[in-house]
Design a protein around this ligand. Structure first.
Ligand SMILES: Cc1cc2nc3c(=O)[nH]c(=O)nc-3n(C[C@H](O)[C@H](O)[C@H](O)COP(=O)(O)OP(=O)(O)OC[C@H]3O[C@@H](n4cnc5c(N)ncnc54)[C@H](O)[C@@H]3O)c2cc1C
Length: 375
């Protein structure tokens, strides 16, 4: 049976992009989001050309234009020495699209604005799913129900939809926690990531602000208030190159976010019948490659394309899984490995790592990025 109506659970980057892509192809779509208002956390995001290409193809030029463009990322040591330069020129040429850094709220708002009014239903937490040969029914915490030809679970790494389908799949802790903040003013002109021993700090210029992130090895279960986080960060990154201390100091403590870093070990099935997973619910990855949201955007485009072929829903879903699983597994695994490298603690191992990074010619590093991300 063909698909005419789709229900999307979750109004994050993945859910909203899927709604836009399906809407452009003529589907009736409703997004059910558990939050009472649509908003993203106060942090930045890098979007690589594989994702901006899709946003541009969806006519979201205004959203892409809100990002700051960047041409290279520089890897440094805590004293400021350069370990490597990663250029994105080949990748941009391949996709004919820019690499950008954008505030999450701006991206999210831009996606929401591209949907017809009424597409997103707020305060609707998915609490149950039932399906038969002909349709799926979703129940929400507010008592509402929705019946549909297909349900797309885009409800994040701790997906309720995934828990209904595959209760045994649970996130894997990466071994490190992460902080994020937005400082006023543009404190740098390029992206900088600094690798220490078991700790990293990243600086990402947005159009008029600076997004920064930091990581540190430790057991899971960190939940600290902004002020405590700031004090710890100032101590932990004391003596690291400028403007790291200044960025931490100038960020309002209440705006510092801390999240332990998790991903999902790639698994073999993202669907049952008419219910399918997308974005972090299906293929959450550690942030080391800045590709989690990019993968959600790619999956949105591919699922919409397969559903639009007009065949049986299950065949469309199966084609989507076949196209997306190898690609997202590769990114998840590579991102995990980069995390292990970046979070090394042993002094000798870190010395060898840094020597290796310094020895990689720029052209080779650029080709590696191209090989990994180009499709
Ligand atoms: C520290 C960090 C840095 C990152 N940096 C980058 C980066 O630079 N570039 C990049 O591409 N990616 C990055 N990512 C990854 C990126 O944030 C995610 O991959 C992306 O947000 C996933 O989008 P999503 O829509 O699948 O899930 P989410 O953003 O988690 O959205 C899920 C939505 O579903 C809703 N929801 C949950 N449960 C229910 C329910 N039962 N019923 C209804 N609604 C529900 C939630 O409220 C939420 O709105 C980063 C991640 C982290 C943690």
């Amino acid at each position: 049976m063909n698909v005419a109506r789709a229900v999307i659970v979750g109004g994050g980057i993945g859910g909203l992009t899927t709604a836009i892509a399906l809407g452009r192809l003529g589907f009736g779509v409703t997004v059910y989001e558990r939050a009472s208002e649509l908003r993203e956390v106060g942090a930045g995001l890098t979007l690589w050309p594989n994702a901006t290409r899709i946003l541009l193809d969806l006519g979201l030029d205004d959203v892409v234009a809100k990002g700051a463009r960047f041409k290279e990322g520089i890897l440094r040591t805590p004293s400021g020495g350069r370990l490597a330069t990663n250029r994105v020129a080949s990748l941009e040429k391949h996709f004919d699209a820019p690499t950008i850094a954008i505030h999450r709220a701006e991206l999210h708002q831009g996606l929401a604005d591209a949907l017809p009014v009424g597409t997103v239903q707020l305060g609707a937490e998915c609490v149950a799913l039932t399906q038969n040969e002909a349709a799926v029914e979703v129940s929400f915490s507010n008592g509402n129900r929705a019946s549909s030809d297909v349900v797309i679970g885009a409800d994040g790494i701790r997906s309720a939809v995934r828990a209904f389908l595959f209760p045994d799949i649970t996130p894997r802790y990466a071994g490190y926690t992460g902080w994020r903040g937005i400082a006023p003013g543009q404190a740098a002109t390029e992206i900088v990531e600094t690798w220490g021993r078991g700790e990293r700090f990243g600086i990402v210029p947005l159009r008029d602000r600076t997004y920064w992130f930091a990581t540190s090895n430790r057991p899971a279960g960190n939940d600290r208030s902004g002020e405590e986080s700031r004090e710890e960060l100032l101590e932990r990154f004391a003596g690291w190159h400028a403007p790291i201390a200044e960025l931490i100091r100038s960020t309002p403590a209440s705006h510092i976010l801390q999240n332990d870093i998790y991903d999902l070990i790639p698994f073999r099935q993202w669907s049952r019948g008419r219910v399918v997973l997308l974005g972090d619910a299906a293929h959450a990855t550690t942030p080391n490659l800045g590709q989690g949201a990019c993968m959600a955007i790619e999956s949105a485009a591919v699922l919409a394309e397969e559903l639009a072929r007009g065949g049986d829903v299950r065949e469309a879903i199966s084609a989507y899984e076949k196209r997306r699983m190898p690609r997202t597994a590769k990114i998840t695994n590579e991102s995990w490995k980069i995390g292990r490298l970046g979070q090394m603690e042993n002094r000798v191992a870190c010395g060898a790592r840094n020597l290796l990074m310094r020895g990689v010619p720029g052209a080779l590093a650029e080709k590696r990025i191209l090989d990994l991300i180009a499709t």
